[in-house]
Design a protein around this ligand. Structure first.
Ligand SMILES: [Ca+2]
Ligand SMILES: [Ca+2]
Length: 743
């Protein structure tokens, strides 16, 4: 035993100094299971602190655990007894899948060991897993106190000097519960370990059901000097390194919004604009884009279009993991860019995205919208102004766009798509009015033609009903049981553009018929809050003062709700307090709350909204129990397997940077074997099913759309949110003095 230890001591000198890198390697290896395999008995030892560590390995070989005898641990040469070990816990989770066509779930078991007393910084332990573990032979792992610990979670993109700054300290040991935090002191250190700030940890939530952790908060808001820092806790380790810098989201804004360029149809994606490895030779072949689905001509809004007739469709962006393109789903992009322009026109510049249109005198974000508008216009029927709902393949696409070989089918016109189109075209006309007047006129005419179609045709699908695919079609249906909100938005935007009374009348006569949910996002189905913002932003004396006040109250109610949730949530997430509702990005897309908060700040000047807006992105970028950024390529560690064909089939198979994955999901829908396997894999003793902490229910695998599929509307929401947190923007007007005054 001692001889082995002496041998390993030398080894450890090398390993110890590289531990910061090693824990990242261990972490990324865990997410590589989907691509490689657990079959090699690849056990990973991940230190959580100086007194706790996790052994992770394939569930079929690493047996359920455990006694001290099975787990022989010798620290600094002395074998530990039961008295030296405070607790041993375990948990299990599906961490990925092997194979694509018939995916095999890869279940990982983790054994968590809590020592009674911490190791000295230079010490180490040898952990011997006996054959009883089903490993076939004795395995030896080395534990040393980590330099960087995932038990300290922080926004990995950093902080503006004037904003509030928090890190969170805590970890979960499975069945052994929260890892106890044995100190109440923390400091913040620079690259040379020089202490820049010292503070006291405050308990925010004990045995927190969201994370399983005891959540301790490290508040270092008072530290405002720009630099590169880590939060350090004695006995635990340090956080990831992060900057305090005037413009922490400059690069992130560009990276996220450039997803739109990479998602363009009908063009080669190439150097110098493409990310290396993400070049591709073209979009869908023009002759395939598109033909009418057999149902179009005979649908209630059809005019006898013949099956298989060609109707050329071009440009736009692929909506999500597949290559379908949907008008109501794209419409929120115009809302968020328009909102961003209302709140801070200076946040968007020509040249800021590095796209082919950089340098043409038009803000790049508007160039990008114009690529989308060209497509949306091609989805409008020039004969009557009605708008086809979507263009998509019969079955989910595979491979790159240029390898799609079946004609893409244009689906029926719907009232929902036509109204969403009228709204987006009206916005397009307004945004381009001074920059490209001819284009603006074209967009305005298209918007009004769509509106005229709505006025002269019955609603379809009828109010209360939703669009259903015909048998054999697997493209998205995007359930929306009302088009009235879509129409309300179109009316408000057309009024804002034209100031014509008929649009004002429609809005004012129908406002009370449309349910408002200020806490939700403007989406493919819920567009009432977009209508409200358009009405509120139209400076016109003819508006009814009571409806202006209603609109204002709705915007503020949305922001107030978010502020309240952030104050209550252990990780300051702007989300509903019911944990069962976590999903589809509600936690993973926390930055989107900036849009609501910035709008409220504009209306009131109340600094609470501005401070909350700066807090909002943190859970998305690492201040979460997994210490993981939920946007590919951003932060210290981020997902590698988004559901994105453009990623999967890129030159090296690497994730396209800037994709916001949905992240944790409380109750996965289980019509698929993959999601079923994940739900069944939480354990042990995960019954009732909610016993496994909600914010740990995330698997980085493209097989799980509810966790891993990004969409273009989410890209735009996050991108514009980050654009508003710019150095010179209104939200950044904070100085240290003002921050103090407003707390
Ligand atoms: Ca430009
Ligand atoms: Ca709707």
């Amino acid at each position: 035993m001692k001889r082995t230890l002496a041998l390993c001591a030398a080894l450890l000198m090398a390993i110890g100094s590289a531990y910061g890198a090693a824990d990242v390697a261990a972490r990324s290896r865990a997410s590589e299971y989907g691509a490689t395999s657990l079959a090699a008995n690849g056990l990973v030892l991940q230190p959580l602190s100086g007194y706790a560590f996790t052994i992770a390995g394939p569930a079929e070989t690493l047996r359920s655990c455990c006694s001290v005898e099975q787990l022989r641990i010798a620290c600094a040469g002395a074998e530990l007894t039961a008295a030296d070990i405070s607790a041993i816990g375990e948990d299990a989770q599906v961490v990925g899948f092997r194979g694509w066509r018939t995916p095999v779930p890869l279940a990982e078991r983790r054994i968590h060991v809590l020592l009674a007393s911490p190791l000295e910084a230079a010490a180490s332990c040898l952990v011997q897993l006996e054959p009883a573990f089903n490993l076939g032979r004795r395995q030896t792992l080395v534990f040393a106190p980590p330099q960087r610990s995932l038990a300290i979670q922080v926004n990995q993109l950093g902080f503006h000097p004037g904003q509030r700054k928090y890190a969170y300290v805590g970890a979960w040991l499975g069945t052994a519960g929260p890892m106890p935090i044995r100190t109440t002191r923390f400091d913040v250190v620079g690259p040379d370990d020089q202490v820049a700030y010292e503070g006291t940890l405050i308990l925010r939530s004990r045995a927190d059901p969201w994370s399983g952790n005891d959540v301790w908060e490290a508040d270092f808001s008072a530290l405002q000097r720009p630099g590169q820092y880590r939060v350090r806790v004695a006995g635990i380790g340090s956080s990831d390194s992060f900057p305090i810098v005037a413009d922490p989201y400059r690069e992130a804004y560009q990276t996220v919004m450039r997803v739109l360029y990479h998602s363009r149809n009908s063009t080669a994606i190439e150097s110098p604009w493409a990310w290396p490895g993400h070049e591709r030779k073209g979009g869908i072949r023009p002759e395939l884009d598109g033909t009418f689905d057999p149902r179009v001509g005979t649908s209630p809004l059809g005019r006898g279009e013949r099956p298989d007739d060609r109707h050329p469709v071009a440009r736009g962006w692929f909506d999500a993991g597949d290559y379908g393109q949907y008008v109501p789903n794209a419409a929120p992009l115009w809302f968020v860019v328009s909102l961003g322009m209302d709140l801070d026109p200076g946040a968007f510049a020509d040249g800021d995205l590095g796209i082919p249109e950089s340098g043409n005198g038009v803000p790049d974000v508007l160039d990008e919208l114009d690529w989308g508008f060209e497509w949306a216009r091609s989805m409008q029927d020039p004969h009557d102004g009605g708008v086809y709902f979507r263009i998509a393949s019969l079955r989910w696409d595979d491979g790159l766009p240029s390898s799609v070989f079946l004609p893409r089918l244009i689906a029926e016109k719907t009232t929902h798509a036509t109204a969403s189109f009228a709204a987006l075209a009206a916005i397009h006309a307004r945004l381009l009015e001074s920059l490209r007047p001819e284009r603006a006129q074209q967009a305005a005419a298209a918007a009004e033609q769509a509106w005229a179609f709505l006025a002269s045709h019955p609603a379809w699908p009828e109010e209360g009903a939703r669009y259903r695919n015909r048998p054999g079609v697997s493209a998205g249906e995007y359930s929306d049981t009302s088009s009235l909100d879509n129409r309300l938005w179109a009316a408000a935007e057309l009024f804002r553009l034209t100031r014509r009374e008929e649009y004002l009348d429609f809005y004012e006569q129908n406002f009370s018929r449309v349910p408002l949910d200020p806490t939700g996002e403007v989406s493919y189905s819920q567009q009432a809050m977009a209508a409200v913002w358009a009405y509120l932003s139209t400076d016109d004396d003819r508006r009814a003062p009571a409806l202006v006040e209603s609109a204002r109250r709705a915007v503020l109610a949305g922001a107030d709700w978010r502020v309240r949730q952030m104050e209550a949530h252990p990780f300051r997430a702007p989300i509903h307090p019911d944990r069962a509702l976590v999903g589809w990005g509600s936690f993973g897309h926390s930055a989107r709350a900036v849009l609501s908060l910035a709008a409220a700040y504009r209306l009131t000047g109340d600094g609470r909204y501005r401070l909350a807006a700066w807090d909002a992105p943190a859970p998305q970028f690492g201040a979460n129990p997994l210490a993981l950024s939920f946007v590919t390529g951003l932060g210290v560690r981020s997902p590698r397997y988004p559901l994105s064909k453009l990623s999967q089939y890129s030159r090296d198979g690497n994730a396209l940077p800037g994709l916001p994955v949905n992240g944790p999901f409380a109750r996965l829908p289980t019509p698929w074997p993959t999601t079923r396997a994940v739900v069944d894999g939480y354990g042990p003793a995960a019954e009732p099913a909610d016993g496994y902490p909600v914010l740990r229910r995330y698997t980085d695998a493209r097989h799980l759309p509810p966790m891993s599929e990004p969409t273009i509307s989410e890209v735009a929401r996050i991108g514009v949110a980050l654009a508003l947190l710019r150095d010179a923007g209104p939200l950044a007007a904070a100085t240290g003095t003002r921050l103090q005054a407003q707390q």
